[in-house]
Design a binder for this molecule. Sequence first.
Ligand SMILES: C[S@@+](CC[C@H](N)C(=O)[O-])C[C@H]1O[C@@H](n2cnc3c(N)ncnc32)[C@H](O)[C@@H]1O
Length: 246
Amino acid sequence: MIGCPTPDTAGRRGVAGGREWAVSQAEMIMSSRSFAEYRAMFAIDDRDLDGVVLDCAGGASSFVAEARAAGVRALAADPLYSHGVGAIADRLAADLSQGNAMIDANADRFVWKWYGSAERRREMRLNARSAFMSDLRRHPGSYLAAGLPRLPLADDSVDLVLCSHLLFTWAGRLDREWHRAAITEMSRVSRAEVRIFPLVRMGDGEPVDFLDELQAELRSDGLVCAVRRVPYEFQRGADRMLTVHR
Ligand SMILES: C[S@@+](CC[C@H](N)C(=O)[O-])C[C@H]1O[C@@H](n2cnc3c(N)ncnc32)[C@H](O)[C@@H]1O
């Protein structure tokens, strides 16, 4: 992995101290969004991809695989990478069906303009999943088995950090304190910016009620945060990301 940081296996602790993952990994769907979805969700332009990009909560996204193919230096972190390629492949088939079933059962909560159709979305997920699996097999060093709020990476070791569908999505289970610790940790490893999407909860798609208070806390910690509109909406009303930098 040329030009990407080497994991700091000493496991530097973030501000979160002893707090571990508050959601069991079995509960969380390991979804597989594509590079195109990431570009839209995070309003990424070509200049954003000049440096090293960390996909934190990478899941089965093909972001790293497609970024590599485009000559971008990228890596991903997810606690599920510790399970090994075989177990991940087995799990992905079930997770894809579960994700599709959840969307079918709540169709009125989604907007199809960006995808065009349910079939197109499913096709993108399948393509992303197979690009992820083949990249994971060929370049396992690009996939760190690690979870927020602690990343085994040195301070300032990457440029952009992208966090899709973990923070805020799971706000029913991960509290404000956990979010503060997770964002502080992503900011620690990032030289440029942390981008987080979406800002609504999974399930009911409602805005996260502690977002304003969280931003105030992050500002009091010396971080700069802003909410920006992005050219992507799937969960109805979820068309904004949070950006954070030091
Ligand atoms: C809904 S998936 C999103 C995957 C990918 N970012 C995407 O958009 O397709 C959420 C991912 O978060 C991962 N995850 C769970 N707890 C985590 C933690 N504490 N730190 C980092 N990732 C975590 C899960 O294993 C799962 O793969």
